[in-house]
Design a protein around this ligand. Sequence first.
Ligand SMILES: [Mg+2]
Length: 365
Amino acid sequence: MSHHFDPFRSAATGWIFHCDADAFYASCHMAENQELAGHPLVVAGDPKARHGIIVTASYPARQCGIRTGMRLDDAWDLCPDLVAIKPDKDLYRRYSAAMHAVFVRHSQIVEPLSLDEAWLDMSPHLSFTMDPLPVAQELQEAVARDVGIFVSIGISVNKMLAKQVSDWSKPHGVTLLRAQELPARLWPRPVSDLFGCGPSSAQKLAAMGIGTIGHLAALPLPEVLERFGQHGLALYMRARGEDNTPVTVPRREDRRSVSAEHTTERDIVDREDAGALLRQCASEVSHRLQSLCMVGYRIAIKWRTREFVTFGRQMRVTEPLIQTEDIYRAARTLWNQRAEVRPVRLLGITVSALDGLPRQLHFWP
Ligand SMILES: [Mg+2]
């Protein structure tokens, strides 16, 4: 996280939100398939094999004692009517992009931390003297309404504290931690609760007689540096609630286009083979557009014959291209229009005329 470090930046003047989706993978499947809602459900590496490992458990599954990292057969012993689903990265990216679209409606300054987490700098809208709770609740409702999943929100005066408290009242919780509340609410907690404090750091600290976050915060700085070096310093600053790193909007790469192409060992003559290859390209282009939070309004395909002659066709479209299915359909149209019908060895798709995500992009019917 050092690339965010800016020692000359002044502290935030308003509230920072850390938003974290509740049981994200499981929630995506439940939002996609209403029949699963409220059901004990897990996402597991290989649901057909009983030894698959659980990646995420829905809250009803957690109530049966099922945890991330557990083996499926152990989970089935605890809960015989448990539903196990295999991970679907496309689905998660789609929901992540939709969630991000809601975030950027609430703040201009959004920094994604992972597929299901982001910081929002609310300073331009909410000073320290204003009550951030109604705004956080409105944001939760907007995500639930537009995306169909729940987020928990941590609110504090900087990024690290907001991240620290976002899971204090999961699921569907909002936790507000004011700077003056650190001694009462943060410091009594075990040091292992500190973001970035793994089991080995916690063990080392325990060996020094340091059990709580408050203990660590009260240590003399030279001692922390001597014993723990750089990592210790980071933990120490977090324990003291000191963090001036800005919420940073990822620099949008100055991209003009996104493409994917595939070559094959053998000639492609068959319509179905060509279709499968175009679909593969469309899916890769779709992922890249989603991770860039961009859509495109021009599509091109290219193909190369066995004799290394390259051809191409392109067209403009009026509906924004971002979903695999739309990109595939447009590419297929271009492919069907070609006059050149020699067997090919390479197929590719490029989407250009890129633009940011439209505010009201419908991701699902
Ligand atoms: Mg989460």
